[in-house]
Design a binder for this molecule. Structure first.
Ligand code: NAG
Ligand code: NAG
Ligand code: NAG
Ligand code: NAG
Length: 490
């Protein structure tokens, strides 16, 4: 059975190579698949869209069984993940780490199962904004997980790593060049121990690098330095000229690694990308420009000045918009997708890095709710209640496009209210009672969207959503599911 599935996926892979991107380096491009959405795309549609676009590596934020079963038999390489809130348990108890590996890795690790390559232990656990909550548990959890993988005899091909924010290293204030890079002073000892452990296990260092955030956090940051197409005044590092912040950031890490004796440790870029809404710099034209430059360099294996002419393993962030993500870091958080919430591409993007003016292949078989919106009732009288009702709607639905610099900013009060009411109505799957707001709202079949502001209609979720797509691969999927269930019992 497994052999048949493997053969089928090999045939599919071959077909895709012919269809899509030729066998260029872009075939080694990875993609983050986050699922913090009120209406996430069905896992099968996600896996299909990855395959249709020739993406062969994916990074998850958990080990959701539906995602894992959709990935089974595809040959797509997977980085599974352990959420931060589990780190303390796994740090305390090697038995729990062993059990986690059994349930989330070994369970899927068979011919025709999921091709797990990495286990991400936590997600940016040393972010300064976490106030040190995960400082003491991350490294022991990493050790316990890698040791469990090793003891299970799979540690040679499945590596544990910790995706870290780029704020774990920096250059001194008085010498802002990459070659002066060192690990952050408050965690320097911890980082050194972790790096030594990763090196001993031939595991990579994983880092998330966001040129967008450089721009977002610093009004004086030179815009062009965030991109790859020149124009910025280069940073001169002892004769090495840096023309973009991605290279500079990456090489700051290389210097920090070198300073602790591991300048050659492999580096995986766990996340890099550009959001398209929620900030004045978060817009589709910038995202298109950023990815065009990045993908061209990745396809050409340009590397960075400190590691020139080499393949860099990179996972783009991310595949689709996530309308339920926390906006604590900023309103842009819900708009990182290269695809919209419904799996439609947002801008031209050539994954093969050849600069062609081409769009990603959209998700297939996605079903929408009916063409109906919720808007401010034109005859509403008691407008004094408007503010509270908008606030309510925006607590449970995504109103970030209304903010300054965003796609729906600048509407009048009525437009704001309608946007908020509709967002809530869609999140509630267009239930009648979700378009009332104390008599202030009414459903409408007239699309209130403007040239720049989309009043979206949500997609269907659940079993009905994928009836058509499911039929195509139901046989193989059922087989894999049965196998997984069998293994889960063992
Ligand atoms: C970190 O500390 C700040 C200031 O004391 C606080 O506002 C914030 O909620 C804390 N964050 C976490 C994750 O504990
Ligand atoms: C981490 O360990 C140090 C040293 O034992 C301790 O001072 C600190 O409070 C711990 N931090 C947390 C968040 O538990
Ligand atoms: C519409 O909403 C946005 C975001 O809350 C706000 O900044 C703006 O002032 C509102 N516009 C009006 C006319 O109330
Ligand atoms: C708005 O949404 C529709 C589909 O609902 C899509 O076709 C269109 O491209 C979107 N427009 C913008 C400006 O995002």
């Amino acid at each position: 059975m497994a052999a048949r599935l493997a053969a089928a996926s090999a045939a599919l892979a071959l077909a895709l190579v012919g269809m899509c991107c030729a066998a260029g380096p872009a075939t080694a491009l990875g993609m983050n698949w986050g699922t913090q959405a009120t209406h996430p795309l069905p896992p099968k549609a996600v896996v299909q869209v990855l395959q249709d676009n020739g993406i062969k590596k994916v990074k998850l934020f958990d080990t959701d069984p539906a995602a894992m079963s959709a990935l089974a038999g595809t040959g797509i390489e997977v980085m599974v993940a352990i959420p931060n809130n589990m780190l303390a348990d796994l740090a305390d108890d090697a038995g729990k780490a062993k059990d986690w590996v059994k349930r989330n890795v070994r369970r899927y690790d068979f011919d025709g199962g999921v091709t797990i390559k990495y286990v991400a232990v936590g997600n940016e656990p040393f972010l300064e904004s976490y106030n040190g909550s995960f400082i003491n548990v991350t490294f022991p959890a990493l050790e316990n997980i890698q040791n469990a993988l090793n003891n299970a005899g799979i540690g040679d091909r499945i590596k544990a790593t910790v995706p870290l924010n780029a704020d774990v290293y920096n250059s001194p204030k008085n010498n802002q060049v990459p070659s002066a890079g060192r690990f952050r002073a408050d965690i320097a000892g911890l980082m050194t121990d972790m790096v030594k452990f990763l090196a001993k296990n031939n595991a990579p260092f994983t880092v998330n690098i966001y040129p967008f955030l450089s721009l977002y956090l610093n009004d004086n940051f030179p815009l062009d330095y965030a991109f790859f197409d020149g124009g910025a005044t280069p940073v001169n590092d002892n004769g090495v000229l840096y023309t973009n912040v991605f290279d500079a950031n990456f090489d700051t890490l290389v210097a920090a690694l070198k300073a602790v004796g591991h300048g050659d440790l492999p580096i995986v870029v766990g996340e890099v990308g550009w959001p398209t809404d929620g900030d004045k710099h978060a817009k589709a034209s910038y995202a298109e420009r950023f990815y065009a430059g990045l993908l061209k360099r990745l396809a050409a294996n340009t590397g960075t000045p400190a590691r020139p002419n080499q393949y860099t393993e990179v996972y783009l962030f991310g595949l689709v918009d996530e309308d339920a993500k926390s906006v604590a870091p900023g309103s842009f958080e819900r708009h990182w997708g290269v695809l919209r919430y419904d799996g439609q591409p947002k801008f031209a993007m050539d994954l093969a890095g050849q600069g062609r003016n081409t769009m990603l292949v959209p998700a297939k078989g996605v079903k929408y709710l009916p063409r109906a919106w919720c808007a401010l009732n034109p005859n509403a009288k008691d407008l004094g209640k408007l503010g509270a009702n908008i606030d309510y709607a925006c607590t449970f639905a995504d109103c970030t496009p209304l903010g300054y610099g965003s796609t729906c900013n600048g509407m009048d009060v009525a437009g704001n209210a309608s946007y908020a009411f509709n967002a809530y109505y869609q999140v509630q799957n267009q239930k009648d009672e979700a378009c009332d707001f104390q008599g202030l709202a009414l459903p409408t079949e007239t699309d209130p969207s403007t040239a720049t502001c989309n009043f979206t209609i949500q997609i269907q979720t659940g079993a009905a959503a994928m009836a058509s797509l499911g039929a195509r691969s139901a046989g193989a999927a059922a087989l894999v599911l049965a196998l997984l269930q069998l293994l889960a019992m063992w």
